[in-house]
Design a protein around this ligand. Structure first.
Ligand code: NAP
Ligand code: MG
Length: 497
């Protein structure tokens, strides 16, 4: 790990202007202040400095936003044809693409991630997702069903939008998480109230401005930044919300489920992970080392699918651990807007404290850091990329989601050993397998309990490929046609002829 001091990329004038005013709530197509008049600050996590002030929604504003979403759902939005919805989503994608640099800078400043990553990953993946989902609008179909009840019936299904949807998202990929949720909801014909994470509200708010520009009717998308315990909880419990879609911690996911019971709204959840990344004895070692480092260090380990438990066949263990540790030590930490930066800070002082607590607990339970192991520097929320060895299955660092650049490395002997160890977790989001043996790849892919299994690659996402979790990693899937299914209800119509 290294730090380089060089100059920061100049902020685009549009970014400077966006940050210069308190950002308001988007409700019913209007930008309004919170009824309470309250605002909160969003910080640059590399320096701790205030980036912008944001109006803070609470239950009263959430109520207004839900009313606006309901009015749009019952009104102008339901009158559009599927192809009109498609064109709006494609126009939105075009606008987002045209503003790539502005969105990438806002994301880098607010979240801390390297600007280059936001430019080549976050924004283009978001654009792609809107384009892909735009294509679905005209392909949401029912079936005709032959009934054994008699030949004198015509039965068919309709797929209808679920209705008003609450979407609550985290801070690790602020724009992309908003788009993963908005795209299928809008394609299916739902209207939305979206609450961004308190740490990173900026790109969702900027995106909010593009809906009017693209021509969406007022109230189809409402954006209400605020805190989880107030705005988020009010949204999850709201009696006129038909579905809540949440991404974040498993702990809060359980609160969302409880809050949803009042009106039994539909719930989809994308939660935490402790994903196993398995290097078999026949793997291409250099490829596996690079893959293992990428799997844990991408986005500073703040990925729900982070390959945070590295299982390596005993004959390659030392070589792979040394390789990943060497890569960890070379990663250049710095401000996201510094073009030399490969890893930025964690998102907040809270996350810094959480991750360093995990590091301390690992060492006190007997783990050893082959690389990293501590905070980096005294300013900003930086943590050293860390590889922990001498770890045991019962340790907190092995069992719990750290959500930072920290991997635990475990040797194994046989395929059976490793698939049991890989599944020894409450989570089941992602998994990686590194092997040249196709038969092993397929056998292991079938045994690992995870929503996505990558073989000889990691962190490959595509708008067409379903994503979500087994076990306590979630309910339902995002992306692909599965996401559309979860934003629609099936209605059977049965006619006696
Ligand atoms: P979090 O508390 O689960 O927050 C995710 C979202 O839920 C945020 O928008 C948050 O609002 C909101 N929220 C919080 N409490 C709520 C409640 N009672 N009702 C409704 N909404 C609520 O995640 P975090 O605190 O940012 O991070 C804590 C840990 O969660 C991380 O260390 C990591 O382990 C895990 N995490 C996982 C993912 C993932 O993608 N799977 C993403 C982020 C975090 P506020 O921002 O205002 O709190
Ligand atoms: Mg911030």
């Amino acid at each position: 790990m290294q730090t380089e001091s060089s100059t920061l990329v100049a902020r685009s004038p549009k970014v400077t202007e966006f940050l210069s005013k308190p950002r308001k709530l988007l409700i019913g197509g209007k930008w309004v202040e919170a009824k309470s008049g309250k605002t909160f600050k969003t910080l640059d996590p590399a320096t701790g400095e205030v980036l912008a002030h944001v109006c803070e929604a609470d239950a009263a504003d959430i109520d207004e936003a839900v009313k606006a979403a309901r009015a749009a759902f019952n009104g102008p939005w339901s009158k559009l044809t599927p192809s009109q919805r498609s064109r709006l989503l494609w126009k939105l994608a075009d606008l987002l693409e045209q503003h790539t640099e502005e969105f990438a800078q806002l994301e880098s400043l607010d979240n801390g991630k390297p600007l280059a990553v936001a430019r080549i990953a976050d924004v283009p993946l978001a654009v792609d997702n809107f384009r892909y989902m735009g294509g679905w609008c005209s392909k949401i179909e029912g079936n005709t069903i032959p009934l054994s009840a008699g030949n004198n019936f015509l039965a068919y299904t309709l797929r209808e939008p679920v209705g008003v949807v609450a979407q609550i998202i985290p801070w690790n990929f602020p724009l992309l998480m908003a788009v993963w949720k908005l795209g299928p909801a809008l394609a299916a014909g739902c209207t939305v109230v979206l609450k961004p994470a308190e740490q990173t509200p900026l790109t969702a708010l900027r995106l909010g401005e593009l809906f009017a520009e693209a021509g969406f009717p007022d109230g189809v998308v409402n954006i209400v930044p605020g805190f989880g315990e107030t705005a988020g909880a009010a949204l999850a419990a709201h009696p006129d919300v038909d579905k809540v879609a949440f991404t974040g911690s498993t702990e809060v996911g359980k609160l969302i489920v409880k809050a949803a019971t009042g009106n039994l709204k539909k719930v989809t959840l994308e939660l935490g992970g402790k994903s196993p990344n398995i290097v078999m004895g026949d793997a291409d070692v250099e490829v596996a080392i690079a893959g293992a480092a990428h799997a844990i260090f991408f986005n500073h380990g703040q990925c729900c699918v982070a390959g945070s438990r590295l299982f390596v066949h005993e004959k390659l263990f030392d070589q792979v651990v040394e390789g990943v540790a060497a890569k960890a030590k070379k990663i250049r930490l710095g401000h996201g807007m510094d073009s030399g930066t490969q890893m930025g800070p964690l998102v907040s002082d809270e996350q810094l404290a959480r991750v360093t607590d995990f590091l301390n607990s690992g060492v006190s339970e007997g783990a050893r850091a082959a690389a990293g192991g501590a905070r980096h520097g005294a300013q900003g929320y930086f943590v050293q990329p860390t590889v922990l060895v001498d770890v045991q299955p019962h340790m907190k660092v092995v069992r719990e989601e750290i959500f930072g650049p920290v991997v635990t490395a475990h040797p194994f002997k046989t395929l059976d050993d490793v698939h049991i160890a890989a599944n020894d977790t409450i989570y089941g989001l992602g998994a990686g397998i590194w092997t040249r043996d196709l038969s092993i790849a397929h056998r292991l892919a079938a045994k690992v309990k995870a929503g996505t299994v990558w073989v000889n690659c990691y962190n490959v996402f595509d708008a067409a490929m379903p994503f979500g979790g087994y076990k306590q990693s979630g309910w339902g899937r995002e992306m692909g046609h599965n996401a559309i299914d979860l934003y629609t209800e099936t209605k059977s119509v049965c006619i006696k002829l």
